[in-house]
Design a protein around this ligand. Structure first.
Ligand code: PEP
Ligand code: MG
Length: 743
């Protein structure tokens, strides 16, 4: 694992810094002087992050001392601010001509051309910036960059004690209640004390006297980690199998030696194995922050997860000590193996700052039934271990240190949830029928093998949306025909007699395969979904062939996403019919439908309804395009309502036209999983709803209590009486609440 360590300059500097620290207080001016002399630079400065997102010059060797405590830059301003904002190294031969350079005359930095600035961070937080400058314009070498990063790591450990400097974020922690709004990853309510993921006790030994020994320790720990991982994966039951798709992708990452070599290189510069792993994990995190591709971000999250496991193997930690029952896990990110460990340790709820509903953590949280929220940025700056917290997985919020009354409200809500779940279980084998006898079909939205078990667990009527692209994203590529056929056959086998609606690949927008570079301004409205399929017919035909093969004479229903014109549908249908001629036995029946996600289809209904066997409304995208509001922008999350006049009018017109043409309509966006929405849709006459598994039983429970015949005129009168209102949610909810309906 690499060459024997040389006596690198960094090691000498680190040893001196350690001596300085061992003598007690290590005043910042002395630290910067030492760094300047050892790395041979004319200027060395430390900027410290202050509350209010400011970076203050806290010490300097080489700039005007009068600027200390005076010069301040906003995070994002100037080279130093950019370094802090991006958590990235800035290596500039001519800093003053960089477009972001912010001139501060009081520093006297005009003579210094080149600049190397590195972030000083601990546990993922940027505490400040360490910068060196020289008169000669030059690019700093990779070794110099590496050295300064190592010094920054040591500085991070010293900052809280250096000259009593206050560290960033410390002004934010406290005892006041805070609410962090995010997105729902898994519904439900969890209440308990906070445990923090990925923060380790400070005071790990950073510097090693014997790097050769550290390399041995790394090797041994890596072996231990690999063995532990094998055991963990072997212990995952096959049916609830935390999906082969997810875990096998993870295995591949674990087998990649590249990142271990990087750790070894850092050890050679003089750090202990623990410190080197910590530093590589930090680097991974920074890379992740700069990657927009959600799939690649997840792969890097896996790596970060592995780094944490390696750290546990080095420090001899048990994978996870049991936590207090009901604990709430707060994490920046969470990899699949970490989540399984924490689950075994007994956590009851999860909040992740950087987690999306399609991420691995969310997929597993749903499979394991753990209430979870994502996108709760900023929570780690204020949460402390042991704080009380509530995961409100119904609204996507984390409530930290709730007031006593709020705590009580959530306790009651949790009890209601528990009682309801117990009641729900009894509903599993009952058909979804309203109190006045209307049979509603409740189907599942799924995308991975893992979720197929939900069919039996919820008693769903079938699969109303199989998102074929999800398995491809988990694999990292579109599988060949045989592999695809095997996937689709597994789905059909799991469904048995229950119907399955396969949707062709909906790639593009936020669902990108690795290596895809999006250069579009608005990818959600860009080259995606069926547009790709029609422009790359070979890709679409291969998928259609795989579906036909998988059906092997059984019924097959296929629909196309993001269709915008009747002509597009006709073209896609022709491709399917052409493939169907070549595959024997032919599916019986073969039903070809379209999703309705683009409003323009509403003005092409006569043509469309002549050709389509069924229509499935994709309310996620339809709402996005009806209101021109990006579905991924959290600040727009509650701005427009699916329970509104335009949506109701659209659905009514669609149902009328489709009814006359004898074409069945279903709705498969996430909205169908919310009982109030399901009530309204059923009231409009939509009796086939497809949703995530968590919605099936609550919606079934609601429908069982609704007299739909009584609700229909109420809905009509609410619609008549609320013309011009942005949302009809309140009057509908009031009617439901007055009747004690579980909405
Ligand atoms: C939708 O848009 O409502 C839908 C079901 O498709 P997806 O969420 O996969 O875009
Ligand atoms: Mg969609």
């Amino acid at each position: 694992m690499g060459r024997p360590p040389a006596d690198l300059p960094a090691r000498r500097l680190l040893a001196k810094l350690r001596d300085l620290r061992a003598r007690g207080a290590a005043p910042l001016p002395e630290v910067v002087r030492l760094i300047a002399s050892e790395v041979v630079s004319e200027v060395c400065s430390v900027y410290v992050h202050r509350p209010g997102d400011l970076l203050e010059l806290a010490a300097t060797e080489g700039l005007n001392l009068g600027a200390v405590g005076q010069t301040r830059l906003r995070v994002g301003e100037g080279i130093v601010g950019l370094c802090a904002a991006q958590g990235a190294v800035m290596n500039l031969p001519d800093a003053q001509n960089h477009p972001q350079f912010a001139y501060r005359p009081e520093t006297g930095e005009e003579p210094f051309a080149s600049m190397l600035a590195v972030p000083v961070r601990r546990s993922g937080r940027v505490l400040g910036v360490l910068a060196v400058q020289n008169r000669t314009p030059r690019h700093f070498t990779d070794q110099e960059v590496d050295e300064l990063e190592t010094v920054a790591m040591l500085l991070a450990e010293m900052l809280p004690t250096v000259g009593n400097q206050e560290v960033a974020g410390s002004g934010l922690t406290g005892t006041v209640p805070r609410v962090f709004a995010g997105t729902v990853l898994m519904t439900g309510i969890a209440i308990g004390p906070v445990v923090l993921h990925g923060t380790r006790p400070m005071g790990l030994t950073l510097l090693a006297d014997d790097p050769a020994r550290e390399l041995d320790r790394l090797r041994e720990a890596a072996d231990r980690m690999q063995r532990g991982l094998d055991e963990l994966l072997a212990g995952v039951p096959h049916d609830a199998s935390a999906s082969r798709d997810v875990l096998e992708a993870y295995r591949l990452v674990a087998a990649d030696q590249g990142w271990l070599r990087r750790v070894a290189t850092v050890i050679e510069s003089g750090l202990t194995a623990e410190a080197a792993v910590g530093r590589v994990a930090g680097e991974l995190h920074d890379r992740m922050r700069r990657i927009a591709d959600p799939y690649l971000r997840e792969r890097l999250a896996d790596l970060e997860d592995l780094a944490n496991r390696l750290l546990s193997a080095l420090t001899g930690d048990k994978p996870r000590a049991p936590v207090e029952p009901g604990s709430i896990l707060l994490a920046r990110r969470l990899g699949p193996a970490e989540l399984l460990d924490w689950h075994a340790a007994g956590i009851a709820g999860i909040a992740v700052e950087e987690g999306s509903p399609s991420g691995h953590a969310a997929i597993l949280a749903r499979a394991l039934d753990i209430p979870a929220v994502g996108g709760t940025r900023g929570m780690l700056d204020t949460a402390e271990t042991g704080d009380q917290a509530v995961i409100d997985g119904d609204t996507g919020q984390l409530v930290l240190r709730p007031e006593a009354e709020v705590h009580q409200v959530y306790l009651r809500a949790q009890e209601t949830h528990t009682a309801r779940s117990a009641g729900f279980a009894a509903l599993r084998d009952k058909a979804p029928v309203t109190a006045d006898g209307v049979r509603v079909s409740l189907m599942l939205n799924v995308g991975l093998d893992l979720e197929l078990a939900q069919l039996d667990r919820t008693g769903a009527d079938g699969i109303g949306l199989f998102r074929t692209e999800i398995a491809m994203l988990a694999r990292g590529a579109v599988a060949d025909v045989a592999e695809q056929a095997a996937i689709y056959a597994r789905v059909l086998n799991a469904a048995g007699d229950r119907p399955v609606l396969f949707r062709t690949l909906d790639l593009g927008a936020d669902k990108l395969l690795p290596g895809t570079v999006i250069e579009e301004e608005n990818p959600a409205m860009g080259w995606r979904s069926i547009r790709i399929g029609l422009d790359r017919p070979a890709l679409l035909r291969r998928q259609l062939r795989a579906m036909l093969l998988a059906a092997n004479g059984r019924p097959l229903s296929v629909m196309f996403p993001m269709v915008a014109t009747a002509a597009e549908f006709r073209q896609a249908k022709a491709l399917l019919l052409a493939e169907a001629k070549r595959v024997r036995p032919a599916p019986e029946p073969l039903l070809i439908g379209t999703m309705l996600e683009v409003p323009a289809l509403m003005w092409q209904l006569p043509d469309l309804l002549r050709e389509a066997d069924f229509i499935s409304v994709g309310s996620n995208d339809l709402v996005q395009f009806m209101f021109a509001a990006d579905r991924g922008t959290s600040s727009l999350y509650n701005r427009y309502d699916v329970l509104s006049q335009p949506m109701f009018d659209l659905l009514e017109q669609l149902l009328k036209a489709a009814g006359e043409a004898g074409v069945p309509v279903s709705l498969c966006g996430e909205a169908a999983s919310r009982p109030l929405e399901a009530l309204a849709f059923a009231g409009l006459g939509l009796t086939s709803l497809s949703m995530p598994a968590s919605g099936i039983l609550p919606v079934k429970a609601l429908l069982a209590e609704v007299d739909l015949a009584a609700f229909r005129p109420v809905l009509a009168s609410i619609r008549r009486g609320s013309r011009g209102a942005a949302s009809l949610r309140e009057p509908i909810a009031t009617w439901a609440r007055e009747r004690g309906l579980p909405v």
